[in-house]
Design a protein around this ligand. Structure first.
Ligand code: NAD
Ligand code: UDP
Length: 331
């Protein structure tokens, strides 16, 4: 039985991950300051003796008395409206947060899986995006507090890996959706589903021709678990031998099927046939990336992982979740 620390555990990805870790019979310590996370999400775990919740802000040093085997560092507001609401807090979470996590990992000799993002590629000039692409990021725009914070966090991971031999794995997550997203999150999939269920117009920003590649949460959780499972030397040697990758491990995780935002809007409306919503066009936010699609060759080769859930199937499950939340619980 492993003891696993999950920061940001009350958030969307954290809740789904913790559910699976507890099902797999691990002990889980969840750290969250409830900035964007929902206490409602983790209520279901509170009676489980293998679950412990600590309310804490990871920008402050973290002390854990128990031995920790693994750390998943997920804490960070992730939706553009949330991360732009308190940009300095977002930057601090990425930067001071990762320093505190890496220091904790050093003390406990724990493995770390750090959640980075496709945003490190910015508005990409290479398509699809491989891990070796350095990105095209505006350091002084509204998205910079998130993108640049995540880039610095990757640099800290690299330096701790190099200087102290820490066992660190970075995952660059591409747009992921599914149950347990906060209804006020503001990201596109939950926005469209909630709008359609409430018969409100679907808000497409810009002309809707920008693209994203949408990954269902179960595929990501499966990928992260496989990534964490593999032995450090085996992982690093495989990356080196097959891809000439001789730095800290980094893997893209996302679904390579790419859709325009307008296609997504029509798909959601098709799957909620009773909806009376139409589509309205709103201004495109500044620095909104034009297109995004992961190259997942490295994860496929090294972990034998690739996403299985098609957009339609994942949307159906997410729609069911929000229907339940709205209709039965009246949220
Ligand atoms: P989320 O907003 O649902 O969850 C983030 C959680 O972190 C929340 O529970 C929040 O309260 C907590 N948190 C934020 N700052 C904190 C701090 N300083 N101390 C303690 N807790 C803090 O977001 P999510 O979608 O679950 O994303 C989780 C991680 O995955 C983030 O690091 C995000 O950058 C990364 N990521 C997510 C996606 C995606 O599509 N969902 C894509 C790329 C990267
Ligand atoms: N978007 C949209 N309507 C919304 C929310 C988002 O058209 O109600 C667009 C947004 O401008 C972007 C894409 O959908 O082009 C994905 O946005 P999201 O915030 O989900 O993720 P990110 O921009 O971080 O990829």
């Amino acid at each position: 039985m492993k003891t696993i620390l999950v920061t940001g555990g009350a958030g969307f990805i954290g809740t789904n991950l913790i559910k699976r870790l507890l099902e797999d019979n691990n002990k889980v310590i969840c750290i969250d300051n409830n900035y964007t996370g929902r206490f409602e999400n983790i209520k279901q775990f509170l009676n489980n003796p293998n679950f412990k919740f600590i309310k804490h802000d990871i920008t402050k040093p973290i002390k854990i008395e128990k031995e920790i085997d693994e750390i998943y560092n997920l804490a960070c507001p992730a939706s553009p409206p949330h991360y732009q609401k308190s940009p300095i807090f977002t930057l601090n979470t990425s930067i001071f947060g990762i320093i505190n996590i890496l220091e904790l990992a050093k003390k406990h000799n724990a493995k770390v899986l750090h959640a980075s993002t496709s945003e490190v590629y910015g508005n990409p000039l290479e398509h699809p995006q491989k891990e070796s692409y350095w990105g095209n990021v505006n350091p002084i725009g509204p998205r910079a507090c998130y993108d640049e914070g995540k880039r610095v966090a990757e640099t800290y991971c690299y330096e701790y890996w190099k200087s102290f031999g820490l066992d660190i794995r970075i995952v660059r997550i591409f747009n992921t959706y599914g149950p347990y997203v906060d209804p006020n999150d503001g990201r596109v999939v939950s926005n469209f589903i909630i709008q359609a269920l409430k018969n409100e117009p679907l808000t497409v920003y810009g002309d809707g021709k920008q693209t994203r590649s949408f990954q269902y949460i179960d595929d990501l959780v499966e990928g992260m678990l496989k990534y964490m499972e593999v032995d450090k030397n085996k992982l690093e040697n495989k990356l080196k031998d097959k891809f000439n990758w001789d730095t800290v491990p980094v893997l893209n995780m996302g679904n390579p099927e790419e859709f325009t935002i307008l296609e997504l809007a029509y798909k959601v409306l098709e799957l909620i046939p009773e909806s009376e919503s139409d589509i309205v066009f709103k201004p495109l936010p500044k620095d909104d990336p034009v297109r995004r699609r992961p190259d997942i060759t490295m994860a496929k080769e090294v972990l034998g992982w690739e996403p299985k859930v098609k957009l339609e199937e994942g949307l159906k499950k997410t729609i069911e979740y929000f229907r339940e939340l709205f209709i039965r619980k009246g949220v």
